[in-house]
Design a protein around this ligand. Structure first.
Ligand SMILES: Nc1nc2c(ncn2[C@@H]2O[C@H](COP(=O)(O)OP(=O)(O)O)[C@@H](O)[C@H]2O)c(=O)[nH]1
Ligand SMILES: [Mg+2]
Length: 304
């Protein structure tokens, strides 16, 4: 990536500016969020080994000297089972609609394709670049076979074997993307990394800890909202609420003598301090929000 930026500097006089939207799509767990973070060089999207960690469309802006790429990390494509997932799939849809380029992220070890994912990709117009991810886990033969498999099912303009985790193959991928990014002025200020406010990322960091620390049902039934976000100069005071769909989950989240909530808070606070670059005081509360995943009222309140 360093090279790319340096090359751009020397090219600056001949080249006009490029700016565009790139939708990063794929099945759950393919490595979309890892890829976006690696491309923008900052941990914006939360990453956990659990599927469906990403619930929103998250913007990550890569600013080069001669280009601005606005990436949208999206939830993994699934067949929605409840309203929350319907909203999640809508975010994938709008990211695709806005896109100048689609980066389809596939996991080399995953069975592909699924109808849901393919049906969301428009049959023409928007160029599709295939990023065959997790190539650190497989041999060349298998990677090539998978690329061929996918290319036979949808029209792929370019394909690359990458490892988002090890940041391998990303410069080539970026060159490929740039070859389809139109000329035009930047959409955002060139020092902007995202269009989301800090408090959004604070809520995401807390949610990430719940995904990392608890099993199956609990993370999927949990949402986090920020009650208070006060920058007091030398430190930031944050009050956040963890909403859970079941009464017994509340007990599990709080834990014996508050051990559960304490461990979420301690880990989240560390990451929030890194994000805000200031000491943080974090208070967490747990509330039951029955059936929130299917409640339009709750979902609206949570920003879906
Ligand atoms: N081995 C390997 N693991 C990866 C790679 N990219 C992502 N992962 C892992 O795959 C899991 C899902 O990653 P994530 O970015 O959250 O996937 P998403 O659901 O598509 O956003 C995490 O445990 C990542 O660490 C990669 O290139 N190689
Ligand atoms: Mg993700």
């Amino acid at each position: 990536m360093e090279n790319r930026i340096k090359n751009s500097v020397s090219d600056q006089s001949e080249k006009s500016f490029q700016a565009g939207f790139v939708a990063i799509i794929g099945k759950p767990n393919a490595g979309k969020s890892t890829l976006m973070n690696a491309l923008v060089g900052e941990k914006l999207a939360i990453i956990t080994p659990k599927a469906q960690t990403t619930r929103h469309r998250i913007t990550g802006i890569l600013n080069g000297d001669t280009y601005q790429i606005v990436f949208s990390d999206t939830p993994g494509v699934i067949r929605p089972k409840y309203k929350l997932q319907e909203s999640m799939m809508k975010y994938v849809g709008t990211a695709i609609q806005d896109a100048d380029v689609i980066v389809l992220v596939a996991d080399v070890d995953e069975q592909f394709p699924e109808e849901e994912l393919l049906s969301m990709i428009p049959s023409k117009k928007i160029p599709v670049i295939l990023a065959m991810n997790k190539s650190d886990m497989s041999g060349k033969e298998k990677i090539d076979k998978r690329i061929e498999e996918i290319s036979s099912k949808i029209k792929v303009q370019k394909s690359y074997a990458i490892s988002a985790l090890q940041k391998k193959g990303l410069e080539d991928l970026l060159d490929g993307i740039l070859s389809y990014v139109p000329e035009g002025p930047p959409y955002f200020d060139q020092d902007m990394l995202t269009d989301r406010p800090e408090r959004f990322f604070v809520a995401e960091i807390i949610r990430e800890q719940i995904f990392l620390k608890f099993e199956e049902e609990i993370p999927y039934g949990t949402e986090v909202s920020i009650l208070e976000f006060k920058d007091l100069g030398e430190r930031v005071h944050i009050e956040a609420e963890i909403h859970t769909e079941r009464r017994n989950h509340k007990g599990i989240l709080i834990g014996k003598n508050g051990a559960g909530i304490k461990s979420i808070g301690t880990a989240a606070r560390e990451d929030i301090q890194k994000l805000l670059d200031k000491p943080v005081h974090l208070n967490l509360y747990v509330r039951v929000a029955e059936k929130w995943k299917n409640s339009p009222r709750y979902l609206k309140g949570f920003g879906y």
